[in-house]
Each structure stands twice: as C-alpha cells, then as structure tokens.
Design a protein around this ligand. Structure first.
Ligand SMILES: [Fe+2]
Length: 363
C-alpha cells in the first residue's frame, strides 16, 4: 500500500491577506481533515529547541524516585494536572490494556474562575515540581505556541467549511486546554514483541490536538533515530466502501512540520465532515528504548454544546451524534472511560446525586 499523501498547510498562508494563498491553505485543510483527520503544519511558530528542552526537563523529573513523583500525582483532579503514573490511562476501543507511559499535564493559560467553580477537576490550577523553573517556563511557552498554531488552524478550518472564520475559535475560547508530555517506557527483553503498545489505538476526545514531534532515546540515554520500522505513531485513514477499515499509515511529517489532528468534538460539530483520527503508538521490537513526546489538547469550552452545527445537520449526522451534550459533561464521561476519573465521578454529577434522598431518609 503506497503512503497516502497527507497535505501540508502553511500557517503563513492563512495569516496572509492574500485571498489565493488563504484559498489554497483552506483547500489543504479541507482535504486533510476530511480524509485523514490530520494535517502537517509548517511555519507553526513552535521552537523545536524549546520542545527538546521540555523533554530534557521531563526526563530529569521521570528519573526521580516514584515516591517523589507521587507527590505530583493528583487522582483527586483526575490527573488533569501534574504527574500521571504508568498503567493509569486506558484506551476505550482497544480492549483495556493500560498504556505503557508516564505523563504530565499542564494548562498553558489561566482558567476562568466561573468555569473552575463549575468543573473543578477540568480547570484546576497547575502543579509544578519544586525548583524546576526551566521545566515550568519552557513547558508553558511550548503549550502557548502550540495553542496559537491551533487557533490559526481552527480559523482556517472554518474558512474551509464556508463558516464564519471565528466559528471554532469562539467555541474553543475558555476550553479546558491542556498540554501533555509523555514518556513512553522501556520494554524489557521479555516484553518486546509480545503485543505491548506504548499507546493503544484511540481517537482523541477533544477538539484539535497539536503534536510538535517526539524523539527516541536509546538504552544508553542518548537521543537517536528510531530503532526499527515498527515503532512510532501510526494513523488510520477514513474507511471507504472498498476498504471499510481504512488504512494504517505512519505519521511522517515533512522536516520542520508539526502535526494537527482532529478530535471527537470537532468531528461532532462538523457532523463527521471532519473525522477524528484513530492513532496508535507502537513500541519498538528491541528492549531498553524509550520515547519522549508531547501533545497540546484544545477543547471546546465546557459549557458549549456538542452537536453538529446547523450547516452539517443532515438526518444521518443528527442520528449519529445524538443527543447533544455539554463539552464538560462529555469530558467527565470520557475521563471515566479512560481510567483517569473514578466511576464515582458520574454519581456525583449535580443532576444525579441519587444519594440526596437516601441521606434525607437516613437523617
Ligand atoms: Fe491521542
């Protein structure tokens, strides 16, 4: 199977005032998000050296004793800030194997206090390890640069669909945006080639995800090219009548590009015109190798309604994405599904609280 040609969009085109450049960038976005659910992005404004420094800092943190890292783990915040231990998160569609990784979550912008009061676990203050100033500064800088690139893409996406340019950026304003760093763990000689994956196949549940690119680290701790052809990020293309399962292709951005991929929220809003990208992160077939990676997750604001926008409300779309749901409620449900929030989070939703009568009867 030949490698499909995933389009590249130039953010300089989108930011220009030249209608023909904007039109060609929009056409690239339309094809990329409609067919593959992702696009390669050039002139994105994300400093690759800054990304490397974030990875170096997180590597230092991940080498600390577990007891130290546990102080930064916040299951009470559903791990939406601070350190996520290995074997915590699971992919919904892939049979429940926990991912082979440890992570960190941080919000690059301050939360709206009203939203924080309504959704305390989605909008909490950041948590930082003591004494790691560079980690905090570089990480925040990277998150903001990715977010800005994402906003430009969302404006381009609206243009590509014939919507008002601020349609998606307005929905995104005040979202529970988080930037994550991931450290994929080394496999032992007994574990390699046994089917263990670094990240099981899934679609992201947010609006748009920006991936600045990862790096492999060899068993001696040095950054190195990928150890074999089986490890890394693979994507599944949209199914067709001839090939309903789609095709798995390696994510291979051109030099200097970052990747942007569609999440479930943008698929819902567009009634499936844009498709959320199924992706998997496979582990190498050799022991001792690790991988550093990161992702910025842009979300619809927690009180926005997820349902196809009027333009996309065909009978099929209305049926496929019913019922409408608030982005915040949807996030809570999904965080339970993937193992980051406890099942009890659903019982504690204000409109459920089945224990109220119970408490009254027992008073
Ligand atoms: Fe993902």
């Amino acid at each position: 199977m030949s490698q499909p040609s995933i389009p590249t969009v130039d953010l300089a085109d989108l930011r220009s005032n030249d209608p023909s450049r904007i039109a060609s960038a929009s056409a690239a976005i339309r094809e990329a998000f409609g067919t593959y659910g992702l696009v390669y992005v050039m002139n994105h404004g994300v400093d690759p050296n800054g990304v490397s420094r974030v990875y170096d800092e997180f590597r230092t943190l991940s080498q600390q004793p577990v007891a130290e890292k546990q102080k930064l783990a916040r299951p009470d915040l559903w791990f939406q800030r601070g350190w996520t231990p290995p074997n915590t998160e699971i992919a919904v569609a892939a049979g429940g194997q926990p991912d082979f990784k440890e992570c960190y979550f941080m919000a690059p912008y301050e939360s709206d206090p009203v939203l924080e009061a309504q959704y305390p676990e989605l909008y909490p203050p950041n948590i930082w390890p003591e004494g790691m100033t560079a980690f905090r500064e570089e990480y925040t800088k990277m998150g903001r640069a990715l977010h800005e690139a994402g906003l430009a893409l969302l404006r381009g996406a609206a243009h590509a669909l014939g919507l008002a340019p601020n349609t998606f950026t307005d929905i995104c304003e005040g979202g529970a945006h988080v930037t994550r760093i991931l450290h994929y763990l080394a496999l032992s000689p007994e574990q390699v080639n046994t089917g263990i994956l670094w990240g099981e196949e899934h679609t992201d549940f947010n609006l748009l995800t920006l991936l600045p690119g990862g790096r492999f680290v060899d068993p001696t701790g040095n950054v190195a090219p990928k150890p074999d052809d089986k490890s890394g990020l693979f994507l599944r293309t949209r199914g067709t009548p001839e090939n309903p399962a789609g095709v798995q292709v390696r994510g291979r951005p051109p030099e200097g590009c970052i990747v942007a991929q569609i999440g479930q929220q943008l698929e819902m809003l567009t009634g499936g015109v844009f498709v959320a990208t199924p992706h998997v992160i496979t582990a190498p077939g050799v022991p001792g190798w690790t991988r550093d990676s990161s992702a910025h997750f842009m979300h619809a604001s927690a009180n926005s309604v997820l349902f196809p926008l009027e333009k996309f409300q065909t009978p099929a779309a209305r049926s496929a994405y019913r019922p409408p749901v608030l982005a915040g409620t949807y996030a809570i449900k999904t965080l339970v599904d993937i193992g980051l929030a406890p099942k009890a989070a659903l019982d504690q939703l204000g409109y459920r609280h089945y224990d109220r009568l119970e408490a009254q009867r027992g008073a």
